[in-house]
Write a protein that binds this ligand. Sequence first.
Ligand SMILES: [Zn+2]
Length: 299
Amino acid sequence: MEESREACFAYIAGSATRGTGKQPLRFPEELVSDTQGIEVVEEGVRYKTPWGETVPMRILEIKEAKVVWCPMHNWQKGFSGTTSSLQLFHVLNELSVRYIILDASVGGIKPLKPWDLVIPDDLVAFNNDLCELALRTEGLPVFIRMAEPFCPHIRQILVQAIPEAAEAPFGQTLKNGVYVDKPMGRFETPAEVQIIGHWRETAFCRKPTVLGESLGLDAEGARRIGAHAAELCLVANYAEGTSPDKRWWVEEGRGNFYQRCPRLIAPIMLKALRLLIEDPPASCNCRLYWEDAKATSSL
Ligand SMILES: [Zn+2]
């Protein structure tokens, strides 16, 4: 079936644009100066789902395309990361969302440093489980393929949206990398980082690696509903055991860094959204993997 240009887009925002206040900064008006052509069509919508109510979301209109904006991965008090993702992807499926961009801040394993940008092309996430979404939703495959977990077309768009001469304080931009996912709410141990670092030095994985706790769920959710997705990761801290400065995480990482980064990352995400709406994916394999899974799903 041909994919429709009218299909809905989503921007799942994360910690790179959240800010340090009690509530996440609102996109676009609290995060970007150029809001021309962006209309807020619906405000503060809390969707009811079989797993409880979502956080307040927004429906935006950009170039006549509908864009769902969800702050901070739909994480909220009262629900686990998995339940929050079940709610979120239930809603995105109901809204026929097909194209998703995401942001996140992550830990970086050497040689990555704070302020480097990474657009992952692969993922390690053994702890996440959104299968229940398919088990309780008509039309979604239970057994999904995660070959190419991220849409190469949207990854390319994210690269394109980053200013060419990276402005300070950004460091290098890596167009690929492996994101290693951990359960929500716990950072890694030095020993875990050593193992992951060791993977990278073997044939298993030669790419620079980042650590986080959201993209395992977001990537699985996107594939479960047959959507194309990719994420811009901002390295926010040194992975445990690798920092030259043991207090960086507290003194710099939790303070200044998170005050500065939202208004530097959000314009990149807005540019990526505009490019994505103009030129949605047409020749990638994301839907093929989903259709394959659907055709062979036996539950
Ligand atoms: Zn794709």
